[in-house]
Write a protein of this length. Structure first.
Lengths: 256, 256
């Protein structure tokens, strides 16, 4: 199965150039590539978009400009409208994760890209525009605080898309470092060193309890599943701690 | 099971007031409530934060200020560092979805909040700060375009948190409208009307083929699983189409 095409992002009548730039950046962060603009309020290109794009200039350079929503979506095999469902419009509503599943399935079944329309900052998509979509994408914001910025909405879509591409796994370079437990021999060396140091300091006063205390200590250390490197570090710490304090051995140190 | 506490967001040495405001907005959008600031570069409060918060002023008003990371996290039962794992630091790395699972489990098991530290815009968390965390939160951005803005990183965390709270379901007010298929009687009325209209226009020329064509048409309509309202709409459309065109009946119309 080949890597799926990323969905197209269609900004319908966007108002601020800065938001177009931020949208491009959010797309770039998560691997979306194709931006379409329908009748941007302040024309196109817009000098305010560049700085906000923070390196996503190529997306802006390659952005395609359309006069109408109909022209912008005519080659798409599937279209979602990012909005809250208008009261009297009967349409399926998808959360972002389900939306990327739908977009991927639609692109695999058809022979062209699919995309998501986002409306103007202030008003959102109008009902005629929404009616052109196959389904609605709604981002589940807190109802008490629902004003999601345009670029933030695109970011959530793009993030879910990338999660899907990665199959829910972080890529190898980002994963946890392998932390293999040390071979048992390393533990045995650690035990011997530690127990000897403790013995030297009189840690086990009652010789009858000593085996029990040692078993508890060994279990505790084994449970931690230290790596070989961590055991080397611990052995260095014990070595330092076991060293006779300076006052006791000044005579030795200055023997020359 | 009670609703889990949202995680605390800790901005460590944030540089721009505007980004603190945007962080508050992203938190508010998805229901996070507690913001902590460690040694913001330009002091606190910062007049640039308010406008960017777009309504999340309460989060800013209630933000707590600390001099050091240690003070800011001392009451937390669990802490994540939002960063990419430093090369020589052995720590677990969590993607955002796994991170919210971890935060929730940690808060349920302990008796205090858990949180996530985000570093300064330019440099990110330093290694000493990262070493104070239980694990690392990494957002899987496109490696070719990895500069995720501070507020965008917080947004991804907050979005995943809210998804977890909602249990992967859109809240009822955001879901698809119930679209119950119409009772079969509505379909029968539609069939009768449509077939009569088609008959009147001579749609079925060969009477031998008529039953086959009608069955195909009925199947097609039933497959669409129209609602009662949709069938009413369709019947209105058919009624209009079936009306004799004006030219044919002018004589009748002007009979007076």
């Amino acid at each position: 199965m080949s890597a799926p095409l990323p969905p197209v992002v269609i900004l319908v009548r966007p108002q601020l150039g800065e938001n177009i730039g931020k949208t491009a950046r959010a797309m770039g962060n998560f691997g979306l590539r194709e931006l379409r603009l329908v009748a941007p309020r302040d024309g196109w290109p817009n000098p305010a978009a560049g700085p906000a794009a923070a390196g996503a200039d190529r997306l802006l350079d390659e952005a395609r400009l359309f006069d109408t929503v109909e022209e912008a979506i005519s080659d798409l095999t599937g279209v979602l409208a990012a909005t809250v469902r208008p009261r009297h419009l009967v349409k399926k509503v998808l959360d972002p994760q389900t939306a990327v599943d739908w977009l991927d399935a639609t692109m695999r079944a058809g022979d062209g890209p699919a995309g998501v329309m986002f409306g103007p900052e202030r008003s959102g998509l109008d009902n005629d525009e929404t009616a052109l979509a196959d389904a609605i994408l709604t981002i589940p914001v807190d109802p008490a605080f629902a004003s999601l910025n345009l670029a933030q909405a695109v970011l959530v879509l793009a993030y879910e898309w990338r999660k899907r591409i990665l199959g829910g796994e972080l890529p190898p370079r980002l994963r946890s470092a392998e932390r293999l437990p040390a071979p048992r021999g390393d533990y045995l060396g650690l035990f011997a060193q530690l127990e000897q140091a403790l013995d030297a300091r009189g840690h086990f006063p009652s010789s009858g309890r000593k085996p029990v205390q040692i078993r508890a200590l060994r279990s505790l250390l084994l449970n931690a599943r230290f790596s070989a490197q961590e055991i080397r570090t611990l052995r260095g710490v014990i070595k330092t701690l076991a060293r006779p304090v300076r006052a006791q051995c000044e005579g030795n140190d200055q023997k020359t």
